[in-house]
Design a protein around this ligand. Structure first.
Ligand code: AP5
Length: 248
């Protein structure tokens, strides 16, 4: 079996390079995944990466990787960012944009990319647009996953994440083969701090206020494609693949 892209360049930034970089894809898709926290973006990203060879660029994963670092190795901006995240609030645009700019070369990944959790505000979307133009690249589409709020909250409450490879499970809908253990790397599964009920409420508010307006931004640019996030991950994945047949 081929080694999975470890995303070191994205997760670590600076001069870090991927040990197993994505190969040149026949069709390198460059996509943004939109949708409320817990709708299933990360789960779809995993399935899409396996199928298309794209790289999963999640800003939330950068913060969670930083959390695992020695606190002395973190910048003050990163330490502050982790506190925003713990409470479920958005990290300030300035911090997020500096972090993404430092990883700008990941936008040229030979496998293409799936941006997950970025952009999250109109200011971030404008900055991404500039970055893409600067690198002579073009977004192929923005996939917006839609699901009623009560179902989203149920997905978040049962989520378990691998501390090692960041794979995502659900205690009922997508349980691991062995309870508490990652199917892929044998890592320990944990419940995210921001999946507590009080943090979930704050995240939903932040989504409504800052992230939902992005749909209008991308609709205006004719990039937005809505996808129902009802049903099993595999059903949504099939729906997504069909949708990809219609982008560009
Ligand atoms: P981030 O990591 O981006 O989290 P999020 O957007 O809140 O999204 P989630 O990861 O919670 O959900 P998901 O849609 O990926 O769902 P998943 O696939 O895991 O951001 C975290 C925080 O970082 C933010 O709150 C903020 O503080 C900060 N941050 C990050 N980026 C930022 C930015 N750009 N600007 C400012 N701040 C930023 O699925 C959820 C669960 O449901 C899982 O258990 C899964 O197994 C299950 N599931 C998935 N699909 C299905 C299905 N079809 N049926 C049943 N269960 C399912």
């Amino acid at each position: 079996m081929e080694a999975k892209n470890d995303r070191m360049a994205w997760l670590t930034g600076g001069t870090a390079q991927c040990d197993h970089p994505a190969k040149q894809a026949e069709r390198p898709y460059r996509l943004v995944l939109l949708g409320a926290p817990g709708v299933g973006k990360g789960t779809q990203a995993e399935l899409l990466c396996e199928n298309l060879g794209t790289c999963h660029l999640s800003t939330g994963d950068i913060f969670r990787a930083a959390k695992a670092q020695n606190p002395c190795d973190r910048t003050p901006a990163l330490t502050a960012a982790l506190e925003y995240m713990r409470k479920g609030e958005l990290v300030p645009d300035e911090t997020v944009l500096a972090m993404v700019a430092e990883r700008g070369s990941c936008l040229r990944c030979l496998g293409g990319f799936l941006l997950d959790g970025f952009p999250r505000t109109v200011a971030q979307a404008e900055a991404l647009e500039k970055m893409m133009i600067g690198q002579n690249l073009k977004l192929d589409g923005v996939l917006s996953y839609e699901l009623p709020l009560e179902k989203v909250v149920a997905r978040l409450s049962g989520r378990r994440t691998c501390a090692g490879c960041k794979a995502v499970f659900h205690v009922e809908a997508r349980p691991p083969k062995v309870e508490g253990v990652c199917d892929h790397c044998g890592g320990k599964l944990y419940q995210r701090e921001d999946d507590r009920p009080e943090a979930i409420r704050v995240r939903m508010q932040a989504y409504e206020q800052s992230t939902a307006p992005l749909a209008a931004f991308y609709k205006q640019r004719k990039l937005l494609v809505s996808i129902s996030a009802e049903g099993s991950p595999e059903e949504i994945f099939e729906r997504t693949l069909k949708t990809l047949g219609t982008v560009k």
